[in-house]
Design a protein around this ligand. Structure first.
Ligand SMILES: Cc1cc2nc3c(=O)[nH]c(=O)nc-3n(C[C@H](O)[C@H](O)[C@H](O)COP(=O)(O)O)c2cc1C
Length: 213
């Protein structure tokens, strides 16, 4: 791992946690936003397993609105890459698997699973598309974070991307569905050496980011 000297002390294992140092390193400390990957294939089954793991993370009223599209075919990959910001295209093209993280604006259609007995709420949401979109957006971002950690738990490296034309991509992939894209993930197994992510930038510490009252 390459890390700027002045921030190296931040990426050391934390004492007193319920996970060991190796797991801390895999999930957080050594995990980078890779642009380089090994050529090893990432099967759809693994992505599906990760989805089935991270879906258990909490969301508001258990809405679980995040959906994931695996852009595997040449056409789907081309749709993702051509709708990405110019500066992201070459990096995305090097990613063995491209995931489109989406929100389902009709998450309430699944209340029989996620919120049994909430028919009245579902009816209210049906009449409030903007409220649904807002709930779907916040819940999907939250789940997107779980997804990144879950992919790392599967031994994968991930680079998230926000620089893309969501409307253009939705037209290409989701024209006939209730999904809207929120984030792209370039995913693959890590390479033997350089992650391509460059010098690691720091994070503010708990001294800055946490306050006790
Ligand atoms: C929501 C989000 C959007 C991002 N958008 C882009 C992007 O458009 N292009 C890019 O190259 N990296 C993008 N990144 C990658 C970040 O710059 C990177 O994750 C961050 O600098 C931390 O890097 P590290 O994990 O290697 O420490 C994005 C990351 C996130 C979480």
């Amino acid at each position: 791992m390459t890390i700027a000297a002045e921030t190296a002390h931040l990426a050391t294992p934390i004492d007193g946690l319920a996970i060991d140092d190796t797991t801390q390193r895999r999930l957080f400390l050594d995990a980078r936003s890779n642009t380089e990957f090994s050529e090893r294939d990432v099967p759809d089954t693994l992505i599906r397993s990760v989805f089935d793991l991270v879906k258990w993370g909490p969301t508001s009223n258990n809405t679980t609105p995040m959906r994931v599209a695996i852009a595997r075919s040449e056409d789907a990959r081309a749709a993702v890459i051509s709708n990405a910001a110019q500066s992201n295209r070459a990096k995305l093209a090097k990613s063995p698997v491209l995931l489109v993280v989406a929100r389902d604006n009709r998450f309430h259609d699944h209340f029989s699973v996620t919120s049994p007995g909430s028919e009245a709420t579902a009816a209210r949401l049906e009449a409030a598309p903007e409220r649904r979109a807002a709930l779907a957006t916040t819940g999907s971002w939250l789940q997107g974070g779980y997804l990144i950690v879950g992919l790392r738990a599967a031994g994968l490296a991930v680079r998230p991307y926000g620089g893309f034309d969501a409307e253009g991509l939705d037209e290409a992939l989701f024209a006939d569905s209730s999904w809207s894209s929120i984030m792209l993930l370039g995913v693959g197994y890590p390479p033997p050496s350089d992650s391509g992510a460059g010098l690691r930038r720091g994070r503010v510490s708990a001294n800055v980011g946490v306050v006790s009252f």
